[in-house]
Design a protein around this ligand. Structure first.
Ligand code: SF4
Length: 682
């Protein structure tokens, strides 16, 4: 038996795992007591990873249509499709749609090929659906996509505001660390969420904010703190640019946030009394048509009170996926170049010189919603989807499916043979699964950890970075993609972060550069930027100052009598994304056997719904059936459904047929949490 230290496949907590291989695709899983993200803790999903490593359902060979093909034949076809499409329709007719499930090395290779060698920035990622609003907010406030906190801050805070985060279910090990700290030091916990979630049940205070009421709430808090003379004028004067007339635009209006005066006063008293305060925000804040403004409203409060860059303080965006941060760092988003750079001429020239690129892209590419729209319009004619399932996970999934069906060439790299998206693929390429991958991930607190292979590749599966490199070589770029190991890819990425950086950007991984094979193999988890990259009070904007951003309270969504309710969506504790992996574990399915429509008793009565009976949910974009759960954890007028079930697993409970494509104008992140809806008995 061999014990291998690796990292969990699921969420952005990034827990370390001690995996003991007991046989052929058999492994026992335990928490890694030495890993600084979890110190041995695991949640139910991580603990049951051993049940998901079997070969059932795996894609084991390259497939062209329904026919098994050799790698050479399949990759020749993919390469020819790229080069022919570019020759006929230009580089922007080609796109990649990738995933926070990819390792950093995979992401790096895909980004380099697309932006540096195909010559388009049309590479976007399912991380767009997860936290791109936080990225945009960081860029606006700090000049760089830097998370200011670490998990240690959560343990040193006196007050933690959890905004749009059901932490106890969605980031359980962070919740366990918060609970332990609360026991030790009496940390106060406030949950700001329309739903009384399992996390809210355990909080000191639940603030049931209206959907998209967060900007009004944080603007009100900031105005209230000014009235109480708790603005840190010295910090602002020394380190932060505040727009003219910023303060005149702020009012104390908790009613605009949908909360009563008493709840607001209780929240304001806690904020006023707690200099050590962390605001942890997640998808409830980000998945919104005003998600970027929400992030900046949160950051504004921290900057104005000087609660950033000090132990136990800061605005802390926590990511959904294990390597969402690594993807952001290499430039996996269509609106980022690489190493947290944008697309101004200097940045493009920098990338071109580092990559020795023949055809560098010229500007930002298409973000996810626009990318699939371009597929529908015939502007994108080659689409390579890696390790993700957009036929289910994108909003307006029926539209996305119709677009995929029209695309002249869809390539899917995945470890699973039959995903909802794979059904649209002309070519399927077998990728390594979690237990076979070898590389690095960056978790929500900027901790870089190794993911290590437990088993040899299944069938003919290959690493995503190696598949990309093989296509690049076939395109004639062999010298630039001549890596023979993930260690070599990681070394190149680390060198790129340091290339002509001169301390201007916080992301500088030069200490990791040049690791040889064994050094890379044994790499211990380590956080870049220390506990807080802003401890030095130097931000990345020119002049080293942060910026407060004036954010207006959004207009309320217009009511439509045909869709009188508001639909919210989210996760269950024991499922992950579209269940392609967690669905393999019988024990995880015991927690929630089917997707439930959660409805307030007043709405249930008004609509004639009964607990345990079926109801149809309709939105302007689709409809699906759910079993009803009547609960006063919902606000009246609002309903909730989980996101995981797909038509591979169920003919009902199809959450993502329901939300529309409306998205944040800055970040492009879809607004999954606030859709007009109607429900009726079925
Ligand atoms: Fe895995 Fe997240 Fe659970 Fe940790 S908290 S074991 S990273 S799913």
């Amino acid at each position: 038996m061999t014990t291998i230290r690796t990292t969990c496949a699921y969420c952005g907590v990034g827990c370390g795992i001690s995996a003991t291989v007991t046989g052929d695709h058999a492994v026992t899983i335990a928490g890694d007591a030495a890993h600084p993200a979890n110190f041995g803790r695991l949640c139910s999903k991580g603990s049951h990873l051993g049940e998901t490593v079997r070969l059932d359902g795996r894609l084991l060979h390259p497939m062209i249509g329904d026919q098994q093909a050799g790698w050479d034949t399949a990759l020749d076809l993919v390469t020819r499709a790229i080069t022919d499409t570019v020759a006929e329709h230009g580089p922007d007719s080609v796109a990649f749609y990738v995933s926070g499930q990819l390792l950093t090395e995979d992401y790096y290779a895909a980004n380099k090929l697309m932006k540096g060698y195909i010559g388009s920035a049309n590479i976007d990622t399912n991380s767009r659906l997860c936290m791109s609003s936080a990225v945009a907010a960081h860029n606006r406030a700090f000049g760089e996509d830097v998370v200011p906190c670490s998990y240690n801050d959560l343990e040193e805070a006196d007050l933690i505001l959890l905004v749009g985060s059901n932490t106890a279910w969605c980031h359980p090990v962070i919740w366990q660390r918060i609970e332990a700290a609360r026991e030790r030091r009496g940390t106060k916990i406030v949950v700001i969420d329309p739903r009384r979630t399992e996390t809210a049940e355990q909080a000191n205070l639940h603030v049931p904010v209206a959907p998209d009421g967060d900007v009004a709430l944080f603007n009100s808090l900031l105005a209230e703190m000014r009235v109480r003379k708790l603005i840190d004028e010295d910090y602002l004067g020394a380190h932060v640019d505040v727009p003219d007339h910023f303060w005149q635009g702020l009012t104390i209006s908790p009613a605009l946030a949908g909360i009563d005066e008493a709840a607001f006063a209780a929240l304001a008293d806690l904020v006023a009394a707690s200099p050590r305060m962390v605001t942890l925000f997640s998808q409830g804040a980000n998945q919104s048509v005003c998600g970027t403004d929400k992030g900046n409203a949160i950051i504004n409060l921290h900057l104005a009170m000087g609660r950033i860059g000090r132990p136990g303080t800061g605005p802390f965006s926590i990511t959904g996926q294990p390597n969402a941060m690594g993807g952001r760092e290499v430039g996996g988003l269509a609106n980022m170049l690489a190493c947290h750079r944008g697309f101004d001429p200097d940045d493009l020239d920098w990338a071109k010189r580092f990559w020795n690129s023949p055809t560098i892209c010229s500007g930002p590419g298409l973000k996810a919603v626009d990318l699939f729209r371009a597929v529908d319009e015939g502007k994108v004619r080659f689409l390579w989807i890696m390790a993700t399932n957009p036929a289910v996970s994108m909003p307006d999934a029926n539209f996305v499916r119709a677009a995929l069906a029209k695309c002249p060439m869809v390539v899917v790299s995945d470890c699973i043979a039959d995903t909802d998206t794979a059904r649209f693929a002309h070519v399927r390429l077998p990728a390594l699964g979690w237990s076979e991958k070898d590389g690095t991930v960056t978790n929500s607190e900027r901790l870089i950890s190794r993911q290590r292979a437990l088993f040899p590749p299944a069938g003919e599966a290959r690493a995503d970075w190696a598949i990309v490199a093989d296509v690049a070589r076939r395109m004639g770029h062999g010298d630039a993609f001549a890596w023979s190991s993930s260690a070599e890819v990681f070394d190149e990425f680390c060198r790129q972060t340091a290339f002509e950086n001169n301390g201007a950007r916080k992301l500088d991984l030069s200490v990791w550069a040049g690791l040889s094979g064994p050094e890379y193999d044994d790499l211990a988890p380590r956080r870049w930027g220390g506990d807080s990259p802003f401890a030095d009070r130097r931000f990345t904007h020119p002049g080293g100052r942060a910026r407060m951003i004036a954010v207006d309270v959004p207009h309320a969504r217009e009511t439509d009598p045909a869709f009188p309710l508001t639909l919210n969506t989210g996760r269950y504790r024991d499922q992950w994304h579209t269940m392609t992996r967690t669905g393999l574990s019988p024990r995880l399915s015991q927690h929630r056997r089917e997707p439930l429509l959660e409805v307030h008793p007043l709405d249930a009565e008004a609509q004639g719904l009964s607990d345990g009976r079926l109801a149809a949910v309709r939105t302007p974009h689709g409809h699906s059936l759910f079993r009803v759960k009547v609960t006063d954890a919902q606000r009246p007028g609002e309903v909730f459904v989980p996101m995981h079930w797909t038509d591979r697993t169920s003919s009902a409970g199809r959450c993502n047929l329901l939300p529309g494509p409306a998205h944040d104008p800055v970040s492009g992140q879809p607004g999954f949490k606030n859709s007009p809806a109607a429900v009726e008995p079925w």
